[in-house]
Structure formats: C-alpha cells, structure tokens
Design a protein around this ligand. Sequence first.
Ligand SMILES: Cc1cc2nc3c(=O)[nH]c(=O)nc-3n(C[C@H](O)[C@H](O)[C@H](O)COP(=O)(O)OP(=O)(O)OC[C@H]3O[C@@H](n4cnc5c(N)ncnc54)[C@H](O)[C@@H]3O)c2cc1C
Length: 370
Amino acid sequence: MQRLLLLGGGHSHVEVIRRFGERPLREAAITLLSPERHTPYSGMLPGYIAGHYSYHDCHIDLEPLCSAAGIVFRRAEARGIQPEAGRVACSDGSLADYDVLSIDVGSTSDVHDMSGALEHGIRVKPVAAFLSAWEGIHAALRQGRQLSLVFVGGGAGAVELAAAMHHRLAKETSAGSARIAMLTDTASILPAHPARVQRIFERVLSGRGIKVHCNAKVVRVSPGRIECADGSSVDADHAIIATGAGAPAWVTASGLKADARGFIAVNAYLQSLSHPNVFAAGDVATMMDYPRPKMGVYAVRQGPILHRNLLHALRGESLRSYVPQRTALALISTGDKHAVASWNGIAFEGDWVWRWKNRIDCRFMATYRR
Ligand SMILES: Cc1cc2nc3c(=O)[nH]c(=O)nc-3n(C[C@H](O)[C@H](O)[C@H](O)COP(=O)(O)OP(=O)(O)OC[C@H]3O[C@@H](n4cnc5c(N)ncnc54)[C@H](O)[C@@H]3O)c2cc1C
C-alpha cells in the first residue's frame, strides 16, 4: 500500500483532510505529522488577542478531523526532509517514510539581517510559541507590571495585533501600564495597501497612543533594546517580530528546489520542481509561474487542488494545473470590532465590515469542526 505523508496541518491540509473524510481513500495509508493537535486560523488570531474569541474558536482540532478521514494523526515536528530516501526526520528522533509527500507547514517571521531576533524577540510565527509568550505578557501586565511592547514590522499582521493588544490591555490593565510602538523599514505602514487604508490605520494607531517609526530598519535585537540601521535605538521590554513570511530553515536545507528566498518552488500542479513525488502549498511554497503574497487566503484556495493532485499522484493519473486568483480581499481589524476592507486599490471601513469578516471566519471554522 502506498504511503502519503502530510506535513503540517496548515490551511491547505485541513481541506485535504476534510475531503479525504468525505471519500476515504482505501488504496493508501495517510499520516499527518503536526507538532500541535490544534492548528491556528490566523484570520481570527487578532480577535483572540483582543478578547473576542476563545482559543477553541480560532483553532482547528486536527485529531477528530483526521480520525473521520481514517488518517493517522502523529504528534511530531518535522526537522528535515531526505527526498532521495523518501523520509522525514522528526525532532523526537523518529523517522517517517513516504511514497508521496505533501508539505503545508507555513512560514516563520522573517528575521534575516536582524541579529538577536531569534534569541531575544518574540516571533508572531510559529503561532503556538507566540501565544504562550503573549499569555505571559498579559499576565504580567494584569499583575501591575509596566512594559513596553515594540512591534517590528508594519504590515497587516503587525497593525492588527498591535491594535488588538491595545484594545485588550485598555480594558484589563491600568492606564499607561503598556506602551506599544511599531518600527517599520518602509516609508509608511501597510505598504501593500492603498493610501486610504494606510491613513485609516495611522489614525487608529495614533489615536491609541501607538507610536509608529517609519524608515526604521531593525538590525539588532538585544535584551531591552532594539537597534536600527541608522544608529538609532528604542527601548523595548518585548520585541514582537511581525515581519513578513520567511522560509523555515530546515525546509530550505532539505534539498528540494527552492526560490530565491528559500521557499519550496512548485509548478502549477503544486508539485516540487525537483522531486515529482513531493507537493507543497500555502506559505511554504512558491508557485514559480504565479507568485503571490504569502496569505492564508491563497493557502485556503489551494486546498481542493492539492487534494485532487495528491489523489491523482497516488493513482498514477495525470495532474490538474491551477492558476491562483490575482488579487485577494483583505479584511483588517482595528481591535474594537471594527475593520477595514482593502481590495484592488479600494478601501472601506465600518463595524459592519468586522461583522462581515466575523461571519466569513466563523463559517470557515465551522467547516472543520467535528
Ligand atoms: C496576525 C496575523 C493575521 C493574519 N491574518 C490573515 C488574514 O486575515 N488573511 C490572510 O489571508 N492571511 C492572514 N495572515 C497570513 C496567514 O497567517 C498565512 O498566510 C497562513 O497561515 C498560511 O497558511 P499555511 O497553510 O501556509 O500555514 P499555517 O496556517 O501557518 O499552518 C502551518 C501548520 O504547520 C504546522 N507546522 C509548522 N512547523 C511544522 C513542522 N516542522 N512539522 C510539522 N508541522 C509543522 C503548524 O503547527 C501549523 O499547524 C495573517 C498572519 C498573521 C501573523
């Protein structure tokens, strides 16, 4: 019997698993490797930080999802891929063999050219480690500590999380106990979004006393301090690294053909350019003919295609190609059940935008609840 190994319970793989649950596959043994039983849905993460959602509202439980599909759930963290041997090495020393491999392990916050960030910063990705660091900060502030929290990065994830933390802390801690700031190496926050979205968030952040430093390229993070390329520095009890997506180092080192940034290079079948029995989707993969931003919405859309091509690969049938959509709607929340929609150069905001986002997110999560 052929062995299909799924690495990571990311946004594409949860759909692959759900579809195998609808029509279980008899001719292959499928295993999912994941370090956590619960995989986060990043769209609701800022809402969790803000206090609008519980942990279970914004996490998918992989175990029942796998069990409904006859897939073996194995709690383990992949640490290396040996594509020539058809084998994955795990952090607990165990090995997992495969005939067909599918990788959806996401990305990590990009810290290249930033010394000390791994040791002294709190990276937003992987999410599980970030959430446990946040619990510690939250508890310390509630006990009356005074802390400065400085975000490194000025994209959608950074502004949403900063606004969400401010909202939560303003309700639950005494005034002034947390000072939040943001450093970004770009000329303005949210550089990938229209000017109107940038202005809205400049207004939101300054209205809450969150100071934004633009053109501030962080080069070094050390305990209590963040240093920039121009020689300036900022005091920070916690440096929260919310930069863009970076490729996990162990993936880049695996010997699979990669793009210039170390992400797995795949074709329009989501198949590795160097190893035809390896597939990859989500942030960890770059479709070389159709590069797109690293966003969950693309990972979600790749799920059904990945499922179909894994099935066809196992059966020796021809694969189907896929062209991702050119643009994606971004719904960026401001922490207080208000959100801004950004799509194709157009922007609008309102409490109703947050309710719309909430409906989309809750519907998505309900699909994977067992
Ligand atoms: C705060 C924040 C908000 C965001 N909001 C949005 C949004 O609203 N819309 C949007 O489109 N994008 C959003 N994004 C981007 C989005 O998070 C990513 O693009 C998306 O999560 C990528 O999905 P994925 O399937 O590649 O991997 P992920 O969803 O990151 O899942 C990866 C999975 O792999 C597992 N894994 C990791 N390492 C290993 C390993 N070594 N072995 C085995 N398993 C492993 C993880 O535990 C996890 O379960 C946001 C990002 C952040 C930080």
